[in-house]
Design a protein around this ligand. Structure first.
Ligand code: ADP
Length: 170
């Protein structure tokens, strides 16, 4: 599996699946979640409602897919990242988001998957730590996916993910 890092908007990626930093209610929110839902339109919203009817809510660290609707990608893989706190180490839950997303991508048969910096927005995770956990976790997985692409919205996020990737290159 190739791991790549680009600066850009996850909506614009020509990939089989995009990972969404969702909330447990699945019906949309701000940040990347709102952007993905707007881009996917009614078909994605209907699929999210059906998923919610089926599973109730999505737990932190878990992943579940819907169709993407009106996007270039075919699927959206929803994950719920942990909210950052300095009083408890929730890094395992953040790593689980990436692991579970790749497991679901494998099940779907997705060859290319785009990831945002899960938890590193409204949920407050420091970007440096978010990048280290994301890269370390994905590196350790032997997935059927050909490319895992981190798509970073800001120069700062791009710099941190690039650093994490370079640092751990063999
Ligand atoms: P969370 O609630 O998990 O923190 P957010 O959506 O608030 O999720 O933010 C996660 C990261 O995604 C942030 O670094 C934010 O800047 C970034 N982001 C927001 N919109 C997009 C987008 N359209 N494409 C890629 N990344 C985005």
């Amino acid at each position: 599996m190739r791991i790549t890092v680009v600066r850009g908007d996850i909506i614009d990626q020509d990939v089989d699946a995009v990972v969404n930093a969702a909330n447990s209610g699945l019906l949309g929110g701000g940040g990347v979640d709102g952007a993905i839902l707007r881009a996917g339109g009614q078909a994605q919203l209907d699929a999210r409602r059906a998923l919610r009817d089926r599973i109730g809510s999505l737990s932190t660290g878990q992943a579940a897919a819907t169709i993407a609707g009106d996007m270039r990608a075919r699927w959206v893989i929803h994950v719920v990242g942990p909210v950052w706190t300095s009083t408890e180490d929730r890094g395992g839950l953040l790593g689980s988001c990436y692991r579970e997303a790749l497991r679901v991508a494998d099940e779907l048969g997705a060859r290319t998957v785009a990831f945002p910096a899960v938890s590193a927005g409204v949920y407050g995770w420091p970007m440096r730590s978010a990048a280290d956990i994301a890269v370390t976790t994905i590196r350790a997985i032997d997935a059927g996916v050909d490319e895992a692409r981190f798509v970073l919205f800001s120069d700062g996020a791009y710099a941190e993910f690039s650093r994490a990737l370079d640092r751990q290159d063999p």
